[in-house]
Design a protein around this ligand. Sequence first.
Ligand code: HEM
Length: 227
Amino acid sequence: MNSIKQYLTSSIGKKVVMACTGLFLCVFLLEHIYGNILLYAGDDGAAFNEYSHSASHNIIIRIVEFVLFGSIIAHVFQAVIITKDNAKARPIKYAVSTSTEGSSWFSRNMGITGSIILFFIVIHLYNFFLPYRITEMPNGATLAIITKAAFQNVYYVLIYCVGVTFLFFHLLHGFRSAFHTLGMNNKKYTPLWKAVGTGFALLMWLGFISFPILFYFNLAGNNIPSI
Ligand code: HEM
């Protein structure tokens, strides 16, 4: 037990927790985007509602959900610790900084992109998870109906677009960095993780940003009733 604690609080242990929770969150993004794509089924939201209903009543999915919440908490907790450790390691900023050479803005600011994603996740949970799973849905509304209503609110659409754009920047560095942390970095694999990571980040960005945009401009979801 003590050796597990020792490992998890070591600098490599903290990085490995970050990498594993980050990659688990990437798997969740795939599941989430699959569910959202059902909004394009051209029906009245039945396929999307059915999927959300069965997911929330499936014991395996419920367990995965707990692991997911645990992963977000662990990822954010370790992010704060790693950021603090990094600040402690270099308390005085150099007059002329050379540390940015060869690194991108988003690789140096994972804490900033992560904090914006966290803000977005809280708003997202408040809008959908809270009424659907904990409090109450508006009278007669289904999940597809409240999703359509949210995507017709210009402020929500803007927040959603900004949130998924910062997710893109986070993944652009995070995906390949996780494989690096897990030791899968060499001449052969590094370019592969870089290419797969860029493709994954781009796919998630295009996929997720399509929902608010197509719904806002009435290019999708026309068969779903409005509130
Ligand atoms: C869906 C949401 C998220 C996904 C898919 C994700 C994914 C990842 C991945 C794959 C990494 C790379 C880990 C590594 O370098 O080994 C990472 C790193 C990081 N994430 Fe996230 N993340 C998410 C949300 C967040 C949130 C909400 C925060 C909150 C502050 C955050 C903060 C960070 C930080 C600071 C790092 C860099 C840690 C370091 O320097 O090693 N992330 N993330």
